[in-house]
Each structure stands twice: as C-alpha cells, then as structure tokens.
Design a protein around this ligand. Structure first.
Ligand code: FAD
Length: 286
C-alpha cells in the first residue's frame, strides 16, 4: 500500500485568565478538518498543567473525538507532580505524551528529578507503560548542543528510551530536514519523524520567532518575502501561507511521515493549509 502521510495540528492553551472560549471555538473549526491528532503545548513552570493542557486535551479527545497529545515539559516538575499528571491523563483516556525537558529559565532553578527528556521518558515507561510517547527533535540542532553529532547521539538514546515517533522544531528549509532525516537513519533512529511546519502570516510573528529560535536558518526565498512585504501585511500573509504550502508539497512528495502544523491557535490558517493540500493526505487506494 502506498504511504499516506498524516496531517496533525498543534495548539497552545491561552492564559487561564483570558478564558477558553476562543480556543474552544478554534478547536471546533479544526474538528471539521479531521486532523490525525491535535497536540496541546504545556507551560514550562507558568501555569498549572491540569487546568490548561490536560483540560484542552480532554476536550479534544472526549468532546471532539480527535486523538490528542499532551505536551509535558518536566525540568520544573517533581516525580510526584508528573505522576499526578499521568493519573489525570489516564482518567480522561488521553494516553499520548510529547515528553520534553523544557527550556531552562534564567534565575529559576530546575528541580532535580528530570534533567533531560530521556529521564522523563524512562520514568513514564516504568510508571505507566501503556502511554505512547513522542519526542521532540531539532533538524538544525538543539541550541544547547555543542554540535549535531552530540545532539543526534542524545536523540538516539531518547528514542531508545521509548519514543514511538518524533516531531521536529519548525524549519523553513526542507533540505535541512532531509539532511537531518538521513543522519538520523545513519544513527539508527528509525521511528517516524513528523515535520513541524509553521506558516508565517505576519512580520511580528516572524521577528518573535527569530528571536526565540536562534538556531533556525532562513532561506533567501523566505527572507525576500519578509523584506518585500514588510509594509504590506496582506501580501505577507498570502506569501507566508503559499510558502508553507510549497514546503508541505515538497515534503509529502519526498515521503515525509507526516506534517505537524503549528497553527498558533488560528483556525483560518489550519483551514487554508488543509484546503490547499487536502488531497495529499487522503488515504490512497491499495
Ligand atoms: P532534550 O531531548 O532533553 O534535549 C535538550 C538538550 O540536551 C539537547 O541539546 C540534547 O542534545 C541534550 N542532551 C540530551 N540528553 C543529554 C545527556 N544525557 N547529556 C548531555 N546532553 C544531553 N517547550 C515547552 O515548554 N512546552 C511545550 O509544549 C513544548 N513543545 C515542544 C514541541 C516540539 C515539537 C519541540 C521541538 C519543542 C517543544 N518545546 C516545548 C521546547 C523544548 O522544551 C525545548 O526545546 C527544550 O529546550 C528541549 O526539550 P527536549 O525535550 O527536546 O530536550
């Protein structure tokens, strides 16, 4: 049977003070697009995860009937806190976790229980082996890594600890992804790698992103869009969406395992990408 890639979405919980109305409405729109799954990010030390990530994962899984994945950054959690989150996820029937270390926050001392994502994965495998665990990976290397060899060696250890698949950090240059995929294979990492794609729809979003993801390279073609449409938001949005579609078409035709779309909670973006690429994700005939 021909390989059919998956199309999945990522959303983030809003600030609890703002309420969930807007994100629930966005999710109902995304439901119509029948994504393979929706993953919910988690705050690293800011919000209570049971009130935010777990609650939205519950809504996606039980109210919308779409598989959901709960992100879980653990560097600021104790084993007891992780156990409580596992129990909460168990109760709502969500058994998929994107297991993460989380970023180190300046001036906040990490807890001692989980130094790396691998520690969290081993812990979950011992405590609750029925959970499916996904890991994060970085085609342009994690910024903490001295080099890509070290990063991929640690990634191999992480996968061996119990990841069934990986999701990449966003990237704008598909060649970087293909090169990374090949290096993973050479290192013996054979689980599916889902490509994280973020459509850029305004200049501030792009600038914010470049500040936070300093390891991401911008191809000339992409930089030209940001420069040319600096003062033309409508064209920037159109070109950013077209760029993402172009990336997805290329990835799918090169047999990517799946596309994980960073939706930024924007149902119009998810809708646009879905409609532009829908037939690429249809289950093919035998
Ligand atoms: P790890 O896999 O632990 O790797 C971190 C660094 O440590 C890497 O450089 C790795 O090479 C190195 N390393 C690993 N093991 C060892 C070892 N034994 N010895 C020495 N070095 C080692 N953050 C959030 O807070 N919330 C989210 O919801 C969230 N979602 C994300 C989703 C995706 C798809 C991605 C790609 C990232 C996400 N992040 C999220 C960001 C992530 O938490 C940060 O990038 C964090 O700095 C690393 O997390 P990790 O799980 O990849 O770390």
């Amino acid at each position: 049977m021909a390989h059919t890639p998956s199309l999945s979405f990522e959303i983030f919980p809003p600030n609890p003070a703002a309420g969930n109305e807007k994100i629930l409405s966005a999710l109902r729109h995304m439901q119509d697009l029948a994504p393979h799954f929706i993953s919910v990010t988690a705050s690293n030390n800011k919000y209570n995860l049971e009130d935010t990530t777990v609650r939205l994962a519950d809504y996606i899984h039980n109210d919308l009937g779409i598989p959901s994945i709960a992100h879980l950054p653990a560097i600021y959690l104790t084993k007891e806190e992780v156990t409580n989150i596992l129990v909460a996820l168990d109760q709502i029937g969500v058994h998929n976790i994107l297991a993460l270390r989380g970023d180190r926050i300046p001036n906040i001392t990490p807890r001692e229980d989980f130094h790396y994502a691998t520690d969290l994965i081993s812990f979950i495998k011992d405590e609750a082996p029925h959970f499916d665990i996904i890991g994060a990976c970085y085609p342009e290397s994690h910024p903490d890594s001295p080099n890509q060899v070290s990063d991929i060696k640690h990634l191999k250890t992480k996968v061996d600890a119990g990841c069934s698949s990986l999701v990449t950090q966003l990237f704008f240059d598909n060649e970087v992804f293909y090169d990374f995929q090949e290096k993973c294979l050479l290192a013996g990492i054979e689980v599916p790698i889902l490509a994280g794609i973020m459509p850029i729809i305004n200049r501030n979003q792009a600038l914010r992103l470049l500040n936070t993801c300093e390891n991401i390279r911008l191809p000339r073609k992409f930089r030209a869009i940001l420069d040319k449409y600096e003062h033309d938001p409508e064209s920037l949005r159109a070109a950013g969406l077209a760029y993402a579609v172009d990336q997805i078409v290329d990835l799918v035709t090169q047999d990517v395992a799946g596309i994980h779309l960073y939706t930024m909670n924007n149902p119009q973006v998810a809708n646009y990408i879905h409609h532009a690429t829908y037939s690429l994700f249809k289950h093919s005939a035998v």
